[in-house]
Design a protein around this ligand. Structure first.
Ligand SMILES: [Zn+2]
Length: 393
């Protein structure tokens, strides 16, 4: 490991489901397995190796997410194991994000997107609430923290195109504010209303659901820009008023203006990805002056093609480092990228980031984390001491 201990701010809980657990649950529940039904075929169908299309990326989620959707016990286990994996990477503080609605059985079971896997969920039939989903995640995280020592907090995600969910998500943030939920996010600031209705249209018919997934896991649909929904703006304004921390997926596939909107309209304190901020000097300089923190995800930035959209010679992360921008390194969706945090650090080192710079990303991450002040302080002290740095606070 190049750097330890670590802090991670941008990882989707349900994009971090362990391959072996997904496999085990799919088999146990008699759900659809791709190809010849072998573990190898399963891995092959969910891991994205080369930059490819939206449909390729989403197909993986359609295969492994049914393993946990609508199953509180599985959701708790996923959360517990998430802490275990984080601890193995030397992560001492992590913020994992998810949209509770996307783990609800009725959010997905009738979706054509997951049609191959719907039958058994309907048979299981039990209705659950978003509150129960959050409680299951919290329980997994509390047990995980106790067992493995990694402090794990959560951010609840709103989804572009589903503004009717946002109010309830804010309510959950308020309700669980002192029980592990530290912030709100909106994914998919930038995607068009309708994702590509082409390619695999035979099996993928329900466009809004695909849009939800696309928006949640990535914002890389290079279609027309959407206006922000009034409900979402209201929810983020309310969150700011109530002191609920805010981060926003922006500037990944969408242009720099989306970063500006995230900061000014949605009152974002951090930006998820944000690579394309580099396309507009004035917005980028504003971010540099204000110390806006970018949650960077090296492998996913390549796989989603957002970096190639940028058209810059060096990776935006290198530019951020050069210019002294505040940024950190995260995995985003390790189930699909098949990377762990150490792999991401190795990739950055290959691009030229020094150990000192990688250490600094962790200090910046913690400073910009949504942790309670006492946790923030104690983790920062741990980082300074482990890196042999003087505490600058
Ligand atoms: Zn993300």
């Amino acid at each position: 490991m190049l750097v330890t201990p670590k802090v991670e701010l941008h990882v989707h809980l349900d994009g971090a489901l362990k391959h072996t657990t997904a496999w085990e649950l799919l088999k146990k529940k008699n759900l659809h397995l791709p190809g010849n039904g072998s573990y190898e075929a399963f891995l092959d169908s969910i891991i994205v190796k080369e930059p490819d299309s939206l449909m390729t990326f989403l197909r993986g989620f359609g295969i492994f997410l049914p393993a946990v959707i609508g199953d509180l016990e599985a959701i708790e286990r996923m959360s517990y194991e998430f802490c275990e994996s984080a601890a193995e990477q030397g992560v001492i503080y992590v913020e994992a994000r998810y949209c509770p609605f996307l783990l609800m059985p009725d959010s997905f079971t009738e979706a054509n997107f997951l049609s191959q896997n719907t039958g058994n969920h309907e048979k299981n039939g039990k209705q659950i609430s978003t509150k129960e989903v959050v409680e299951a995640v919290n329980k997994g995280f509390q047990d995980g923290e106790r067992q493995f020592g990694t402090i794990a907090r959560t951010i609840l995600c709103c989804i572009r195109g589903k503004p009717e969910w946002s109010k309830e998500i804010l309510d959950l943030c308020i309700q669980f504010k002192d029980q592990g939920v530290v912030g709100i996010d909106i994914a998919g600031d930038e995607a068009g209303e309708k994702p590509i209705p082409g390619e695999e249209s035979g099996e993928l018919i329900d466009y809004w659901r695909i849009a939800c997934c696309a928006n949640y896991f990535h914002t890389f649909s290079p279609i027309e820009l959407r206006m922000l929904d009034a409900e979402d703006i209201a929810v983020f304004e309310k969150a700011a008023e109530l002191g609920i921390h805010r981060t926003v997926h922006a500037g990944e596939a969408g242009p720099a203006q989306m970063v500006w909107k995230a900061l000014t309209v949605l009152k974002a304190e951090r930006i998820g990805h944000g690579y394309r901020v580099l396309e507009d000097d004035s917005i980028y300089n504003h971010c540099l002056n204000k110390g806006v923190h970018f949650e960077c995800c090296p492998t996913s930035s390549m796989l989603t093609g957002s970096v190639s959209i940028c058209g810059t010679k060096t990776h935006p992360i290198m530019r951020f480092a050069q210019d002294g921008a505040s940024f950190s390194i995260s995995t985003d969706d390790p189930t699909v990228t098949n990377t762990n945090l150490s792999d991401e650090y190795a990739l950055c080192a290959k691009w030229g980031l020094t150990i000192a710079q990688l250490q600094e990303t962790n200090i910046n991450a913690m400073k910009n984390s949504f942790a309670e002040p006492s946790i923030k302080q104690s983790i920062l002290e741990k980082l300074y001491s482990a890196y042999g740095l003087k505490n600058q606070n």
